[in-house]
Design a protein around this ligand. Structure first.
Ligand code: SRM
Ligand code: SF4
Length: 586
């Protein structure tokens, strides 16, 4: 694999690759993080996963395998609600596994949905979790059931490889096809990019599907050390930015001319993750660096990955995402390398505009007369409760629905391509199971996201999914008091600053600091192109509501027409605008 590339300007102003120096991706134990060693020693992601699964002494896997199973779409977890009690009883933590299926664009057929739900009933906690990247998760799968569950997922013609790990992950795309032709084409690109960037190792088949052992594997794009860190790709179709394209390492914005998809604007360097108190880490919105036509999409995707592979930081993992590589090289420096790697230059970016980054609820009809229904699913948790039977209801719908189930990038579910004759039946099943299509919730609730956090996430510092509903109840009281309950405000809450609910793109962002305490961020745009900024630190619910009340009152009294809350707090001088990550802490 080549790595350090020197670029010279030719007389005609073109760039040219003139020298190949060292391979920076080669593992160097004196410098590189231990995860690099694990990757190198793993024989292309095999490690000791198979013996780990067979070890009956513990519910866990071996230390190095903890990292490797992520590439296979699996995280080891333990129920944090039970941790102390088990410690007191001198028991090992109650280990179980979260499995994430990689589903490009979040699209599954009814049959696939039924089988996934059956696996949830048999082997996991009896629920499915829709993620902010259009994937399904099963929580609480015990080690003894891992292989059967993964094999079951593969039987549905879906898989879990590269759902996590230092590779390109689930590729997202806008899920709601009002204009079916463009959506269908974009969805095909979602699949092609996902396929193109998939690891080629046979380890997955060997470990989980009892595939034949292959002596060596090759990774033509990634090489033996894969990427320095996770890598995420999304495609947006204007005017909707529901995929939050600017939060991705690599984004594409579909450009349509005269009803035809002609190519994509390319966006690089988005990301949300940061650490409290460490200013070398920051969220960042991606830069639009140009336009590529359809013949160039795969080359652009591959070469952004390759530049990151070769120039990303392999020493300090928290500084290893593409956004830091770009800020280290400078955007122009990065783009120059990209052009040299791919052998062509991008054209200037084309015009586009976004109107919001949320979902559109309820029924819509597409240009072919098919119907699509977006349902509100709180934090993407498909579960039966006393009030709502979402798990059973969706399963019943899947039995009569011949179209697809599409996950929205905001953790909601779209029942897609419904025949007109089935519309009524679906409505009545929803009623029977008390499932909302978003008609009773306030627009702010419908525009809220919370990450998983407690009890399964090992990195959570505060509650998110379990707490958001009661917080929104209280926020709604304030919105009602100032007669602004009908206005949508994006609220994003996470249990820590890793940013899984994209909290730094929330008009109101709450990021967990400690149990019951959050940092409050304000001022992101309603379209997902501007980050928010820290407004108050480490405050509890009462303090948050006290901080928000005067701002909401001011918004009710002084907003300019349809002005959004995020824009308003900036115009009124309540908070400074953050145009990019490097300004986030200033
Ligand atoms: Fe995430 C780690 C859940 C989307 C940034 N994320 C985790 C882990 C696996 C915790 C861990 O490492 O042990 C969480 C598992 C919790 C659980 O019990 O399920 C977790 N992330 C999620 C999901 C399920 C949140 C959700 O409520 O939907 C999302 C799954 C997406 C998927 O299908 O692939 C999820 N995570 C995101 C996003 C949003 C996005 O991609 O649009 C981000 C911010 C964007 C980004 O990557 O910059 C995100 N997750 C992280 C990070 C910080 C990465 C960084 O650059 O620093 C971590 C921690 C890490 O990687 O070390 C993390
Ligand atoms: Fe866990 Fe933090 Fe991600 Fe929430 S943001 S799921 S608490 S890692």
């Amino acid at each position: 694999m080549t790595s350090e590339i020197k670029i010279e300007q030719t007389k005609v102003g073109q760039t040219k690759v003139v020298q190949t120096i060292v391979d920076q991706t080669k593992y160097d134990p004196s410098k590189h993080s231990d995860v690099e060693r694990i990757k190198v020693e793993s024989d292309y992601l095999r490690g000791t996963i198979t013996p780990s699964l067979k070890n009956p002494i513990t519910g866990s896997v071996a230390d190095d395998d903890l990292m490797l199973i992520k590439f296979h779409g699996i995280y080891q977890q333990d129920d944090r609600d039970l941790r102390n009690e088990r410690r007191k009883q001198k028991l090992e933590p109650l280990y179980s596994f979260m499995i994430r299926a990689r589903i490009p664009g979040g699209v599954a057929t009814s049959e696939q949905y039924i089988q996934m739900a059956e696996l949830a009933t048999k082997y996991s906690s009896g629920s499915l979790r829709l993620t902010t990247r259009q994937a399904y998760q099963w929580h609480g799968v015990f080690k003894r059931n891992l292989k059967t569950t993964i094999a079951g997922i593969n039987k549905t013609m879906l898989d879990t490889i590269a759902a996590c790990g230092d590779v390109n992950r689930n590729v997202m795309s806008n899920p709601l096809p009002e204009t079916s032709k463009i959506h269908a084409e974009v969805f095909e690109w979602t699949r092609k990019i996902s396929e193109h960037l998939l690891p080629k190792t046979k380890a997955y088949h060997e470990v989980w599907l009892d595939g034949e052992k292959v002596e060596s594997s090759e990774e033509p794009i990634y090489g033996q050390t894969y990427l320095p860190r996770k890598f995420k790709t999304a495609i947006a179709i204007p005017p909707y930015n529901d995929v939050d394209v600017f939060a991705n390492d690599l984004g594409f914005i579909a450009i349509e001319e005269d009803g035809e998809l002609v190519g994509f604007n390319v966006v690089i360097g988005g990301g949300m993750g940061s650490s409290h108190g460490d200013e070398s880490t920051y969220p960042r919105v991606g830069n639009v660096i140009g336009f590529c036509n359809l013949d160039q999409v795969l080359a652009v995707s591959e070469n952004v990955v390759k530049v990151q592979r070769d120039f990303g930081n392999r020493e300090v993992r928290k500084l290893a995402r593409l956004k830091y590589t770009i800020d280290k090289l400078g955007i122009d420096g990065f783009v120059q390398k990209l052009h040299a790697y791919q052998g062509f230059e991008l054209e200037p970016a084309r015009e586009y505009s976004f109107i919001h980054n949320g979902d559109r609820y309820g029924w819509i009809e597409d240009e072919n007369g098919k119907w699509h229904l977006t349902l509100y699913i709180h934090s993407g948790r498909i579960i039966d409760t006393e009030e709502q039977k979402i798990f059973s209801g969706l399963l019943e719908i899947a039995k009569i629905h011949k179209g697809e189930f599409r996950i929205s990038p905001n953790q909601n579910m779209i029942i897609s391509n419904v025949e007109p004759k089935n519309k009524k039946k679906i409505d009545s099943l929803l009623k029977q199971h008390n499932i909302s299509i978003g008609e009773v919730e306030s627009p702010t609730r419908l525009n809220s996201i919370a990450c998983v956090a407690f009890p399964t996430c090992s990195l959570a510092m505060a509650e998110a999914e379990r707490y958001l509903p009661s917080f929104i109840d209280k926020l709604e009281v304030l919105l009602d008091k100032y007669s602004i309950k009908e206005l949508p405000i994006n609220v994003r809450m996470t249990g820590c600053p890793n940013g899984c609910g994209r909290p730094f793109l929330g008009e109101i962002g709450m990021v967990g600091k400690a149990p019951g305490k959050y940092n409050l961020y304000l001022g992101a745009s309603h379209t997902g192109h501007r980050l928010n900024k820290l407004y108050r630190e480490n405050i509890n619910e009462q303090q948050i509501l006290e901080e928000l009340e005067p701002l909401l009152k001011d918004y009710a009294e002084s907003r300019d027409g349809q002005e959004r809350f995020g824009d308003f707090v900036i115009r009124q001088g309540h908070i400074k605008a953050v145009e990019n990550g490097l300004d986030f802490h200033s």
